[in-house]
Write a protein that binds this ligand. Sequence first.
Ligand code: NOJ
Ligand code: CA
Length: 716
Amino acid sequence: MLRKLSIMLAALLLISGSYAQTIKSPDGRLSLSFSLSSEGEPTYALSFGSKPVILPSKMGLEIKNKPPFTNGCAIKQIDSAIFNETWIPVWGEVNQINNHYRELAITLQQPAVANRWFRIVFRLFNDGAGFRYEFPEQPGLQYITVTNERTCFQLTGDHMTFWIPGDYESQEYTYNHTRLSDVDAEIGKKVYEIGTRTIPGSDYVQSPLMMKTDDGLYINIFEATLVNYPAMHLHIDKKTFCLESQLVPDPIGNMAYLQASCNTPWRTILLSDKATDILASKTILNLNEPCKIADPSWIKPMKFVGIWWDMHVGTKSWNYADINNVKLDETDWNKLTPNGRHGATTEYTKKYIDFAAANGIDGVLVEGWNVGWEDWAGNYKENVFDFVTPYPDFDVAEIQRYAAAKGVKMIMHHETSSAVTNYERWMDTAFRFMKHYGYNAVKSGYVGRIIPRGENHDGQWMVNHYLRAVKKAAKYKIMVDAHEPVRPTGLHRTWPNLLACEAARGNEFNAWSRGNPPEHETILPFTRLLGGPMDYTPGIFRMKMSTYDPQKKDMMVHTTLTKQLALYLTMYSPLQMAADLIQNYEARPDAFQFIRDVAVDWDNSWYLEAEPGDYITVARKAKGKDEWFVGAITDENGRMATASLNFLPEKTKYVATLYTDAPDADWKTNPESYTISKCLVDKNTVLKIKLAPGGGAAISIRPATETDKKLKRYKP
Ligand code: NOJ
Ligand code: CA
């Protein structure tokens, strides 16, 4: 269903001097005003009902050796349109998405710059706004070197905000919760557990930036469709509460190199008086282009296990030999003395394949299979890996045969160690190698400082690399899970083979650092996950790292066991790892049953209750199946989660299996204590579930069989 209506208000008529126009969201709740000051400066403002949210804010770009696109503008043309369509994602939280917005496109001309012209396009949705700058091809405007973006977000006050330090390299921080005036991003300089950091200063934060006003509005500032441009961070003016875009520079101090016709990514503001609306928003996706893969039928959401947590807890190693000086082209890998702890052996991989096959898990990831791990990190070395040479104890052909015989898919690992020039040289060969050995998914990684030296993880050069890798993978029908890339901005609508990214602080930090505080997973869906799914690697059942190493007395997963189960619902991803070791699952087959059962692709999702930093409860219906799942999580405070099951169809009785924190559970003192119970529920049931401090609950629901009907009805 598509309705497009174009009204040309002032075609070819130049309006100079001040000018203003307002549009409303399709439901009339939001209004967005564009105006031109007497100096010809473009400005915009946004309100929610009668409440101003963004006060008049300046916009524009500065470019090299030419006057900026920030002032001296006159109106050349105004176009307004309404757009309403429903599209079907290849995978997702829902099986169809409504894209409904009002568009206002302002064409501006700069009479003093030889009548140069550009466009600012606004799209106003029911839950927020997006706008971008467009530069049509014209005489005198072909190559544009962006030196600064001057997009402002003038807030109405000193809002509470969830922030991580502005950093051109990494998002792997825990979140801080303060007023804007109390942001001190310098603290990032002491976060030593993140290896590569470039922090521009104390007043810079990353987006998505989640805020809450004192009168209860939820505001999120972010971007969509980050293509051929650096990521946008935000500078905070702590006196005026004006946020301004801060782009990630290249090694010579420029921000972006563009060629007309071209445009910037969308700058986005999500807005609601309900926190659940922010989680359910599809605006970032809607601002991205439709799918460019003609036949995406090979793209399949999946669960996987792997040789991975072993390395993070220290029971196995990525490297084969314990030496620290190898050279890719000169070392004779067959002559190295094995250290006896190498994880990626044929034998150990077969155990994981057996386990996956026995438990209906689709895939197996193996890290440390390829030569080069002896000195892979921290040396700023270019030729670390070739992505095609296995260690002597990893028989890639035999593993292919064994996995295929058991119906299990193998997931390749490409740690680039951020020697990206090297990865670019190898990528085609590496993807061909994968296809030859039956792999159709790759987990890539970007640990360390970027080569080309001087580039940052979030700069334009790397943004282009990540997308180039995804597009190339699509040609080979390979799905991608990128670790340490720039944070995603909805590009998986266009390239659904980009199944997931890390680009935030994952569960792995619990294995070897001070970890992730219990509130962490209640914030990520309001920030990082707005741009796309995260490979968070949930499902840890053994919480204390002293289990593996008595020295690691203070290291543990900062959740209860059932919260780990709930993360399969609250951290939406079409790619979900069951991250723990086989023996830990075999010790608790009753709890592991939930991971076996839970879906990874959905017909529908209902965010039932949420507050950033405190709690999230979500229900989802499995795609194409009469199965529903509910996940509820809390921060360090225990709470009572409420889930009304009114999304269930009428008349049928269902059996619910409840995986809940035991009465004595507590993330700190007793994290592995849980109870499992079954009962009958229906559409009128309202579940009330006690969550322990740092706890959670996971529930699976399916139609009751005759034998189930003996079960008791749910009683709160
Ligand atoms: C960091 C990734 O996030 C992690 O999952 C991986 O195991 C290591 N790099 C090694 O590549
Ligand atoms: Ca990582």
